[in-house]
Each structure stands twice: as structure tokens, then as C-alpha cells.
Design a protein around this ligand. Structure first.
Ligand SMILES: [Zn+2]
Length: 175
């Protein structure tokens, strides 16, 4: 037990606050607001493309974008990153002033601007966890596997709250 990432690296959750003893998601209504927002946003973001890839390739070349493997920032101001681009974000955050925006939704736009302007991590800047199997193509995490019971929980939420979180239910295959 302790802090865990779910589906995407980056955001960390208190495992006991999110899952019950059977490993199913707890009632969203009983979670504190920050945890609930993050879980709902996280579920919507799984399977989305990396922001940096998207800035490079855009909609017209969407199939060249890697699926996101990491999520940083605040709900509704998330930055999604693939394994290749996570280093650019971490470099920007640590060395190029991104840290100033920690906890702010503006972080997302500021990183996008920097990246779109050609900002990149320098040669040799590496993240420690990127080593395992460099040739394997990362697959997008599946919210059904990562958050069992979430669909039922989301059906219980009221529409206003879901609208506030800008959740597209079609991403979750909920009728
Ligand atoms: Zn990328």
C-alpha cells in the first residue's frame, strides 16, 4: 500500500483512497474532490496522444503520435507525454522555469509554447526510468483495466460535475 500511479506515470494516488480491498474503485462520491477530479480526468486521458507529438504532427498525422505514457500538471491543465517527450517536459520543468507554474493550469500552455518554439531537452538529458526495453512500442493504458468499476461510478455522477471536468463519455464507451 502507498502511493501509486494508475495507467499513466506522473500523478500519484493514495492506493487506499482509490481502491477497495478487492481492487475495485471506491465510490467517487466518497473521495476528496482533488482525488475525484484527477481520477475522472485520468480515465479520460488514457489513450490520448502525447501533447508534444501532437504539436509536431497535428490532426492530419495523428497516427504518428505516440500514446501518452505520463501525465503532469493539474486537472484541466494536464500535460500528456510519451516516453520520448517526457524528458523534454522534465527538462523544461526543472531548468527552464516550468517549476514556477507547479500547481497551475497555465503550466500546460506554457509548456506547449516552449515546445512549439523549438524547446527540447539537450542531448544526454535522460530520465532514469527510461531504460527497460527501448524497442518495445508502448501501448496506451486501458481505463477498464486500470480502474475496474469506474464506468459504474461515473454513471452515478451528476452531469454538471462531469461537464465541469469536460469528460467525453464516448472515450469510456458509456452509453
Ligand atoms: Zn511524444
Amino acid at each position: 500500500m502507498g502511493k501509486v500511479s494508475i495507467g499513466l506515470r506522473g500523478w500519484r494516488f493514495d492506493e487506499d483512497a482509490v481502491f477497495d480491498a478487492d481492487g475495485r474503485i471506491r465510490p467517487l462520491g466518497n473521495m476528496d474532490e482533488d482525488t475525484r477530479e484527477r481520477i475522472v480526468r485520468l480515465s479520460a486521458m488514457m489513450g490520448e496522444p502525447c501533447d508534444a507529438c501532437y504539436l509536431v504532427h497535428g490532426d492530419e498525422d495523428i497516427e504518428r503520435c505516440n500514446p501518452a505514457q505520463a501525465i503532469y500538471g493539474e486537472p484541466l491543465g494536464e500535460v500528456l507525454l510519451c516516453d520520448d517527450h517526457e524528458a523534454d517536459f522534465v527538462y523544461w520543468f526543472q531548468e527552464e522555469g516550468g517549476k514556477r507554474l507547479a500547481g497551475e493550469r497555465e503550466l500546460q500552455g506554457a509548456f506547449h509554447d516552449w515546445f512549439a518554439d523549438g524547446g527540447r531537452s539537450p542531448e544526454g538529458f535522460e530520465l532514469e526510468h527510461v531504460e527497460e526495453d527501448p524497442d518495445s512500442v508502448p501501448e496506451a493504458p486501458d481505463p477498464d483495466d486500470e480502474l475496474p468499476g469506474l464506468e459504474e461510478e461515473i454513471e452515478e455522477m451528476d452531469d454538471e460535475e462531469l461537464d465541469a471536468l469536460d469528460l467525453d463519455l464516448t472515450d469510456l464507451d458509456i452509453e
